[in-house]
Design a protein around this ligand. Sequence first.
Ligand SMILES: C[S@@+](CC[C@H](N)C(=O)[O-])C[C@H]1O[C@@H](n2cnc3c(N)ncnc32)[C@H](O)[C@@H]1O
Length: 283
Amino acid sequence: MTLRQLKKLTEVKFLNIYNINESRSVFHLLLDEFLGIDTINFHINLEKKISSDLLKLFNEKVSLVEKEIPVQYVIGYVKIDGLKIFVNKSVLIPRPETIDLCKWIVQEQLNDKKILDIGTGSGLISLFLKKHSKNCTIHAWDISKNALGIAIKNADQNNLDINFNKIDILKNHSFKIKFDLIVSNPPYVNKKEKGSISNLVKKNEPSEAIFVDSKDDLLFYKAIIKFSKSHLNENGIVYFECHKERINKVKNLLIINKFTDIKIKKDSFGIDRMIQAKNYGYA
Ligand SMILES: C[S@@+](CC[C@H](N)C(=O)[O-])C[C@H]1O[C@@H](n2cnc3c(N)ncnc32)[C@H](O)[C@@H]1O
């Protein structure tokens, strides 16, 4: 079979799950990862025949995608801004809007700051902030032992020093340590909204990373804001990624809790998605 034929056959298989553009890019991701053929080499070798061994390996991976396993889990990692971030079913696959949040935060002067990332998952936010700052101390917490295992691996593999801890943010905590910046992309989808989430996500990604197991959609925001009030230094900043329909509710919570300088920012899809606020420390 030639590369040209392989592409045609594979894309058709993916059309039950992905649209044509996504099918194409999933094909190229697999081809690059498992056969070592990048897009440029693909186009200059369209008539090249693939050996039966390589074809077998490739088709094994294709069948995983056909079984609705996200391509990022099939490949086992994602590359973001020069970071290689390993992912498996224990962690949420990094989302473009979270990368937008990271890019917003690094516009701050982060050097020498103490930062806390609540619900670190794969470690994406912590890794990104550590990479883009000098001499800052990063603490990253998650309730999931398995997620923390992946995050620790990611910090090691990227040679970044981050302090990971298994902590449930919904419990009451009183630590001596205070932070200059607290960031979180917490679970924010209500279980009632399951219908709006794609099967690919529901079937594969960890439910505790996505869904709030409570009638209160804002459960995590309330807990993190309360925690931030007592654990942010004066002039400390809190950053959140939010559900697109609830960002104004998060804003109101911040106002009620006397945070100031509140700013909302759109993600790269043009959706109001992230928020920052300052704790002047007088409340
Ligand atoms: C939406 S994911 C965010 C993952 C990662 N920060 C990112 O942006 O890709 C939310 C994370 O919060 C963690 N989490 C859920 N409940 C928690 C709790 N009670 N305390 C701490 N972390 C929790 C989940 O395990 C998950 O890793």
